[in-house]
Design a protein around this ligand. Structure first.
Ligand SMILES: NC(=O)c1ccc[n+]([C@@H]2O[C@H](COP(=O)([O-])OP(=O)(O)OC[C@H]3O[C@@H](n4cnc5c(N)ncnc54)[C@H](O)[C@@H]3O)[C@@H](O)[C@H]2O)c1
Length: 429
């Protein structure tokens, strides 16, 4: 029988909380036994939530790794640019690691983490949660039955309020803040899915081209007469699609980001409104942020070593969030939409009137598909349970994104961004 896996949360923010919540639902599989979090209020909140002893709560990784190893693994949910700097001492202390994406923000960091994991002989799994959704697992199974893959077309439409909260007002607005351009911060998952679909072919991404820009945001696009804070001085507060009042007060959206600054306080409507009027960064006008060249849309074209091609479009600013995938093989095709949890498989059939036979599938997955409250269509929970199995000595599963695996997709994203910045075709492998 598998043993109960003990884990320490490093960076006890939103994502760490999502993963730790699996311990509440599966107390026989995983237990949180330590917390490393510099924000004292947050540390205490999470300590109480997961019933962790104060003895094993720390304000820094240095303090934590000065102690002998006392758990099986670490769940690292720090922000993008802290992943490598915090993970290196953790690996050296002998912990296996579940690490958020992007696992590194540049190629030098990517190499350092790979070298350290290898040197320490530790297992590192990257949180590519989409691989664990019923939808992408079904697409992968179906793709295995359509012959050799010729082409993969994918897109990710990030809706306007998700775009505004995360990539304009939020933590991923600018590389100066999070060190990760939008393709890396948002869509390294999608590029990972594309490469995961191609994995069986043995082909590697060989070169990449990319285009993108900031189409909608930046000070020069600010409507004339708009204020600096939606609820304090903006005459467009009741009509702007990005209005903080409409998106965070009237509609209950993105609370995990918008109300983080009120951690520990009673969240009354009055207190929320006051914070948006005064000092909450999510109450600021979307056209007032320095985005430092970050994009709101980007297209990527990848050439594979066997001649197959992949294309991916990320568009931040759609009405509805949607991920589409269309894979064409030499014997058929697979096409689906993640948010609808529906896909079709078409197979060549020259003896039929249409020339093909189509099977429609409805997976009827319910719940949160975009991860606004941490669901990712079941991917978050499946990822943690699979990590627990891996740490328990089971074979690595097909969905598991090991560090080695994820390095291929991260390198592809780094090179795609280089292609966009330089306007050239960049070699990958
Ligand atoms: N897998 C996914 O689908 C997915 C979805 C959203 C976000 N993410 C990624 O998850 C990561 C975390 O995002 P989040 O929204 O949970 O962030 P967060 O800000 O809520 O949490 C990060 C926590 O790390 C703490 N921290 C800061 N410095 C630290 C240090 N030196 N050592 C330890 N802790 C430190 C912060 O105080 C904070 O509590 C990001 O890299 C993000 O890109 C992944």
């Amino acid at each position: 029988m598998d043993k109960l896996i003990t884990a320490v949360l490093v960076g006890a923010g939103n994502r760490a909380d999502v993963y730790a919540s699996v311990a509440k639902r599966h107390p026989d599989k995983i237990k949180i036994v330590g917390i490393v979090e510099p924000d004292e209020k947050r540390r205490e909140l999470m300590r109480k939530k997961y019933d962790v002893s104060a003895e094993t709560c720390f304000s820094s990784v240095e303090e934590f790794t000065a102690r002998e190893k006392f758990a099986d693994a670490v769940i690292n949910g720090t922000m993008d640019h802290l992943h490598v700097i915090t993970s290196v001492p953790i690996l050296k202390r002998g912990y296996d690691l579940l690490l958020e994406k992007p696992f590194a923000v540049n190629e030098a960091e990517m190499k350092l983490l790979n070298d350290t994991a290898k040197m320490c002989g530790r297992r590192v799994v990257i949180c590519h949660v989409l691989r664990y959704t019923e939808f992408y697992r079904a697409i992968k199974r179906a793709a295995a039955g359509i012959g050799d893959i010729i082409s993969i077309e994918m897109c990710e439409h990030v809706n306007y309020h998700h775009m505004a909260v995360s990539y304009v007002r939020g933590k991923w607005r600018s590389e100066k803040v999070c060190f990760a351009p939008m393709l890396l911060a948002k869509s390294c998952h999608d590029i990972d899915i594309m490469l995961w679909m191609m994995k069986g072919s043995g082909a590697l991404p060989s070169s990449v081209a990319s285009f993108g820009s900031d189409f909608q945001f930046g000070r020069e696009r600010k409507p004339e007469g708009a204020g600096s804070r939606c609820m304090a001085d903006c005459p467009f507060v009741n009509e702007c699609i990005f209005s903080a009042k409409a998106n965070y007060l009237a509609a209950v959206r993105w609370g995990q980001y918008v109300w983080r600054c009120l951690d520990g306080e009673e969240l009354t409507d009055e207190r929320k409104a006051e914070s948006l009027r005064k000092d909450n960064p999510y109450g600021r006008c979307v056209w007032d942020f320095d985005r430092d060249g970050n994009v709101d849309h980007q297209n990527v074209i990848i050439n594979f070593s066997n001649g197959a091609v992949g294309s991916f479009s990320m568009i931040g600013g759609s009405a509805k969030s949607e991920r589409n995938i269309h894979i064409i093989g030499t014997r058929g095709e697979v096409k689906g939409t993640f948010e609808d949890s529906k896909y079709v498989v078409r197979r060549m059939a020259p003896d039929t009137k249409a020339g093909y036979i189509e099977e429609a599938h409805d997976l009827r997955v319910e719940g949160d598909m975009i991860g606004a409250s941490g669901g990712h269509g079941g991917g978050d929970e499946n990822l943690v349970l699979d990590f627990v199995k891996y740490i328990n000595g089971h074979e690595v599963s097909d969905s598991c994104a090991t560090l080695e695996d994820s390095t291929v997709s991260h390198l592809t994203v780094f090179r795609a961004d280089e292609a966009r910045r330089t306007g050239s075709v960049v070699k990958i492998y």
